[in-house]
Design a protein around this ligand. Sequence first.
Ligand SMILES: Nc1ncnc2c1ncn2[C@@H]1O[C@H](COP(=O)(O)OP(=O)(O)O)[C@@H](O)[C@H]1O
Ligand SMILES: [Mg+2]
Length: 298
Amino acid sequence: MTIPKIAIFTDDAGWHGKQLQQAFKNLGYDSAFVSLTECHFNLANPALPIFIPEFETALPAAVFVRGVAGGSLEEVVLYLDFLHALKVMGIPVYNDASAIERSVDKAMTSFLLHHAGLLTPPTWVLRDRETALALMKNELLQGNFIISKPLFGSQGEGIRRIEKMTDLPWLTSSHGVYYLQRFVSCAGDGFSDYRVFVINGNVVATMRRRGKSWLNNVAKGASCERVEPTVEMVELAIKATQLLHMDYAGVDIIEDSKGRLNVIEINSVPAWKGLESVYDLNIAELLAKDLVNRHIKK
Ligand SMILES: Nc1ncnc2c1ncn2[C@@H]1O[C@H](COP(=O)(O)OP(=O)(O)O)[C@@H](O)[C@H]1O
Ligand SMILES: [Mg+2]
């Protein structure tokens, strides 16, 4: 009998990839790291219209999306097309392409959070520079700072804080789009936010991230501290994950100075190394089990 094989989509397998590979192996699955940049549509082959390296003769039993490469709009759309197409062909995609699509796009995430009535900071996304500058001036005059983010960013890359009028000329767009968000002053001393990790509608781990400055990403040197989430935090993280139809997610939440929980983002491809540094947990194992048990037909 051939061993079923799972595709782990990533351009940099690293620690997380290895953890996943081991977890799948423990469950009796082979796996291979594959880049979405190397896949093709090949409709001349009716049996296998999607070419995936390492899966030249049969489609994977499932795919785990650990990373979607950046690129031009056409490139990124093509990568997402592969994920959509695999789902159409009945292959489980974890997280699902639609979930990834909505969450890598910070504008759509913010809109959906707001629309669902989950507290998220006031956000503006637009193309026109003059309008962007005018609304930022207005925010500064009201005593607010503004955060500018790349629309498709992650790990705190490219995020800036605009604090005064003289910062305004430095405002840059992300490929022609301004994503601007009111800065939330967090509760407590210093700077911190929460990362809540949700799998299949359950919170499995929560940490407080303390940034060196207002940027609380682990990739930017924030320290991790295990915390017990409040009931409100658990409910909010689960709601946010369900809103984007995610199998699992890393939800970023900031508690503001009035004690209100603001959802900042919902990551569909979250890292878990920071969490494991403060938890005795094998998150790759939990993810692999969830994918296999709920999605792979026996
Ligand atoms: N509106 C905001 N107010 C205060 N801090 C913010 C705000 N937005 C982002 N941050 C800080 O920047 C970090 C990264 O922002 P986030 O939206 O999660 O982008 P990324 O995808 O790069 O992680 C957050 O964890 C938080 O520390
Ligand atoms: Mg984040």
